[in-house]
Design a protein around this ligand. Structure first.
Ligand code: NAP
Length: 280
């Protein structure tokens, strides 16, 4: 059975560790803090863990599950301990900034992005079956080894994911639309409500806000670090989405200003029809 390594024992790395350990793999973990490593052993998330990358020496497949900014530096640090056959994958939410560089550092690299998560962070947030009935995108390059791609696909499928394959470019554009843009729109909604000049209105609005506001504000009221990371690492794609969004918003504003009700109704009818195609 393959020996597996996980770097970054947080929500995603810890959850992966739990499921893979339960499947019978020997899982070796590396994390920044010693107390996280000890907790991972105690909770049977991994067989063994250390802050020293040397522990990954005998592994066949490694998942890099650190924050995005630490993915490439982690690969740079581990490769001297690995045999050429070891496959490295990552779980970063952005692929363009990662995959080319990572492949230059390590030929046997395949980019992954599991579309799973919760609002929580760190090892305490790790949970089993997090990936069950979710999607995972893999983003191989033309030169990526077929064997590495197949092994990474097989393991994600074993965790319960439906695996999609595309380029880093298309991946980043798609997640900009359905994940990164909603964070900015939702954050701007909260920001605009709070910045309203009329204090009495804001006070009452806070009391009245209910399920509609809960749904539309959820992703904008979450982890600020994650939102910032999306803007920094998927900057171009998120900017193009925001600009297209702005153009469409101008049309809606114009329809309301000019009382073009049939035009507005056409838009709202179309969005009502389309939503089920995104959310099953
Ligand atoms: P997280 O809960 O904060 O876990 C990341 C963990 O990495 C931290 O708990 C930290 O552990 C460890 N770490 C930080 N720097 C490190 C380093 N230099 N070397 C080794 N370990 C280090 O974050 P997450 O939500 O699991 O996200 C991890 C990755 O998954 C990110 O790249 C993100 O883009 C991706 N992702 C997240 C989601 C989501 O919804 N959260 C979904 C899909 C993909 P200690 O400091 O405790 O040791």
């Amino acid at each position: 059975m393959m020996k597996i390594g996980i770097v970054g024992l947080g929500l995603i790395g810890g959850s992966l560790g739990l499921d893979l350990t339960n499947q019978g793999y020997d899982v070796m973990g590396v994390s920044r803090q010693l107390k996280t490593c000890n907790l991972a052993i105690e909770k049977k998330i991994v067989k063994d863990a250390s802050t020293d990358f040397k522990i990954l020496g005998q592994t066949d497949l490694i998942f890099i599950c650190t924050p995005i900014a630490q993915i490439l530096p982690s690969i740079e640090k581990i490769i001297k301990y690995l045999s050429r056959e070891t496959i490295i994958t990552d779980v970063g939410s952005v692929k363009g900034e990662i995959v080319d560089h990572a492949t230059q550092l390590w030929q046997n690299f395949v980019g992954s992005h599991p579309m799973a998560g919760t609002a929580n962070q760190g090892i305490e947030a790790a949970e089993s079956h997090l990936f069950d009935h979710t999607s995972c995108v893999i983003t191989p390059l033309p030169q990526t080894s077929r064997d590495a791609m197949d092994k990474v696909t097989t393991i994600w499928r074993s965790l319960g994911c439906k695996v999609y394959k595309t380029t880093p470019e298309i991946h980043d554009q798609a997640v900009a639309w359905i994940s990164h843009l909603p964070v900015m729109i939702s954050a701007n909604l909260i920001n605009s409500c709070v910045n309203n000049d009329n204090e009495e209105v804001v006070k009452l609005a806070k009391k009245l806000a209910s399920s509609g506001f809960r749904d539309t504000s959820r992703v904008g009221g979450g982890n600020a670090e994650l939102g910032l990371m999306m803007a920094q690492y998927n900057r171009e794609k998120i900017l193009s989405c925001l600009k297209e969004y702005q153009e469409n918003l101008t049309i809606i504003i114009d329809n309301i200003e000019q009382k073009k009700w049939p035009e507005l109704e056409t838009i709202l009818t179309k969005t009502q029809e389309e939503r089920p195609n995104f959310i099953l």
